[in-house]
Design a protein. Structure first.
Length: 315
């Protein structure tokens, strides 16, 4: 009986000792957790979730910096080409001015014209009309991207029919009659990509308008229906190929209307022209066979309705 009592007492003591150790362990863990909460409150910026936000922030900033650097390089290339073109214009202007001065043909009106031309060149150097940076706005975008846009400008001459150009305002206007009328651009395109934006100011019945090219080698007096090197798109679903028009060629459907903006591109390197209606989003592209339409190319515009008018849009 005594032995049993001693064994029971020993077992009870061991049980109490084990329980005590468990309690101490529990309180130690409790105190460690309390200290962790206190320290975490003091140093919340080191929390793993905060580190995720910081990582996202740094990666986002890095992407923005890279995009900005890419845009700077793109702008530098675009502006360099723009400056080279203006330098050529300035060189020609200087030559003409020196020649007029040498021949003593300068009158007061001439001096005013030369000064206006020089001022226009200065403005074009400082504030290019053909280069712009615009923000593309999306309703749910966190950051709206920006893009560099560059367009080409041209002036027009060699008209056939009741059509005229106001080259200072970059507009082409059909007269009060209703008939075919065409006009050519002055610039000649041998290489590179040239993008033009035309705004349709007025387009009455029968709602026919033509955007295309013609080889510079074609005689200037040749009409639209006799020019073998004409390629482009027109109203009434007409596609012009080598001077002949076809209905709905390659699925083309004309959707050009008043107040639409039409982007017409000439890619001499790829030997391709393209037409995009920015108002509807429709896009068409056409390969140009050099044999049938030799370089250089010039813009070729056609209007039909009375008082129809289009205008080149600046960047």
């Amino acid at each position: 009986m005594l032995v049993s009592s001693i064994n029971f007492a020993n077992s009870s003591m061991k049980s109490d000792e084990k329980f005590l150790k468990q309690i101490n362990k529990l309180y130690t863990y409790h105190n460690q957790l309390r200290q962790l909460i206190i320290d975490d409150t003091k140093h919340f910026s080191e929390h793993s979730l905060m580190k995720k936000i910081t990582k996202w922030e740094n990666e986002s900033i890095s992407k923005i910096h890279q995009t900005a650097n890419d845009l700077r390089q793109q702008l530098k290339q675009v502006y360099t080409k723009h400056t080279i073109q203006l330098s050529k214009s300035f060189t020609k202007l200087s030559h003409d001015l020196n020649q007029a001065r040498f021949e003593k043909h300068l009158l007061e009106n001439d001096l005013n014209n030369w000064m206006n031309k020089l001022q226009e060149l200065k403005i074009e150097f400082q504030h290019p009309r053909t280069i712009n940076i615009h923000e593309e706005k999306y309703p749910n975008a966190f950051i709206n991207p920006i893009k560099i846009s560059q367009i080409s400008l041209d002036t027009f001459h060699q008209s056939i029919g009741d059509i005229n150009a106001n080259n200072q305002a970059y507009t082409i206007v059909h007269g009060p009659t209703v008939n075919d009328a065409t006009i050519r651009g002055k610039n000649e395109y041998y290489s590179g990509l040239h993008r033009f934006r035309f705004h349709i100011d007025r387009l009455g019945l029968p709602r026919w308008i033509f955007f295309g090219i013609i080889s510079k080698n074609m005689p200037s007096e040749t009409s639209l229906y006799r020019a073998s090197s004409v390629f482009g798109w027109a109203g009434h679903h007409q596609v012009w190929l080598n001077g002949k028009h076809f209905q709905k060629f390659n699925g083309y459907l004309s959707d050009m209307n008043e107040n639409d903006t039409i982007e017409f591109s000439i890619d001499c390197d790829r030997q391709v022209i393209s037409l995009k209606n920015q108002s509807t989003g429709s896009i068409y592209e056409m390969m140009i066979p050099i044999v049938q339409c030799p370089l250089p190319w010039v813009l070729y515009i056609g209007l039909y309705g009375a008082n129809d008018q289009i205008r080149l849009v600046l960047a």
